[in-house]
Design a protein around this ligand. Structure first.
Ligand code: FES
Ligand code: FES
Length: 157
């Protein structure tokens, strides 16, 4: 049996304490232990970006980080960032541009896009492409996603 450890972290503004197996990945902890299923599991190898969450202000791959590594950290997921309204402009623009089809990539894509706009509120199209290049989408061909992010940059989101 894997070693279990007690962790305390803040998830979407609420303090959470749980005993977790040391090998539990953060995205599994969020999904299975806390029921926050908006962060998705795709490749489980750090490639696709579907599991993107924010830890202490930085986006990370939830499939590469262990839950115990988030002990003491502030974790934000698509659920919390949606509820707070932080993603509202991006969500509206994604909707307006049909920038999602199955939606599997969308939570990670929104977090990556928001991360870019926090760092650089006026990215050009190439910078948008570069920043979301670690988030795979199997449906849209990316064009509409870049258009949607560009709309927010230009205040049309
Ligand atoms: S599931 Fe984490 S990067 Fe693909
Ligand atoms: S909308 Fe289906 S993977 Fe992106």
């Amino acid at each position: 049996m894997d070693q279990a450890l007690d962790i305390t972290l803040t998830v979407n503004g609420a303090q959470v304490t749980r005993r977790v197996a040391a090998c539990t990945h953060l995205v599994d902890f969020l999904r299975e232990e806390l029921g926050l299923t908006g962060s998705h599991l795709g490749c489980e190898h750090g490639v696709c970006g579907a599991c993107t969450v924010r830890v202490d202000g930085e986006i990370v791959r939830g499939c590469l980080m262990l839950a115990v590594q988030a002990n003491g950290c502030k974790v934000e997921t698509i659920e919390g960032l949606s509820d707070s309204g932080e993603l509202a402009a991006l969500q509206k623009a994604f909707h307006g541009r049909n920038a999602l089809q199955c939606g599997f990539c969308t939570p990670g894509m929104l977090l990556a896009a928001r991360d870019l706009l926090r760092q650089n509120p006026r990215p050009d199209r190439e910078q948008i492409r570069a920043h979301i290049s670690g988030n795979y989408c199997r449906c849209t061909g990316y064009q509409a996603i870049v258009d949607a992010i560009e709309d927010v940059v230009h205040g049309q989101g």
